[in-house]
Ligand binder design. Sequence first.
Ligand code: AMP
Length: 219
Amino acid sequence: MSMIEFLKRVRNYFFPKLASTDTNTEKMINLILFGPPGSGKGTQAVKLVEKYDLLHISTGDLFRYEIGNNTPLGLEAKSYMNKGELVPDEVTIGMLENKVNANPDVNGYIFDGFPRTENQAEALDKFLASKGEEVTALIALDVDDDEIVKRLLERGKTSGRKDDSNEEVIRKRIKVYNDTTAVVYNYYDEKEKSQRIAGKGTIEEIFGRISESISKLNV
Ligand code: AMP
């Protein structure tokens, strides 16, 4: 326990009313890991969780969990996912908020695959603001289209994901990313929160670049 934490506990013991003044003095680190499908977000998120002790929330994983359990939400999501289309915002935003609400005692969140529309970005900002929190930064992994197709087809051999094994669906997902999702980068860029990282190289090289850009954040 740090000295400051110890002193706070002593103070809170003798003056419990003052304890409430601590709320939100320590800001969370809330990162959006951004980039096209297959850009390495999931791989990098695992490493970021280890280093910064954040909760990784992947909306794609949440949907796949629901599909695996044959829930009504899963059944609805599946029809969109198998075609490479986005699941409607209302469904996705509600699911994301439930996951955050169920895990309040964390140092922060890594949002992976969310937000994917400007509407989702606005909803996320509002939702976090209602908790006295905000998005700290958006980190975008830059990878070109041909490399993505190659990586996803390779991943499809073992991932068991239908949307990874069909080139047409993969191209559709890239198109959706370019047409609908890429604007989320600009949305946070206007708030001076977006950073672009070269997504080429080894996992460690890319992680090194991400860590460097996080170290420059004011957190
Ligand atoms: P991912 O695992 O992030 O590649 O997501 C797989 C699929 O899940 C996407 O192609 C979408 O169909 C769906 N999905 C994941 N996240 C979202 C989101 N934020 N908004 C809408 N659909 C999503």
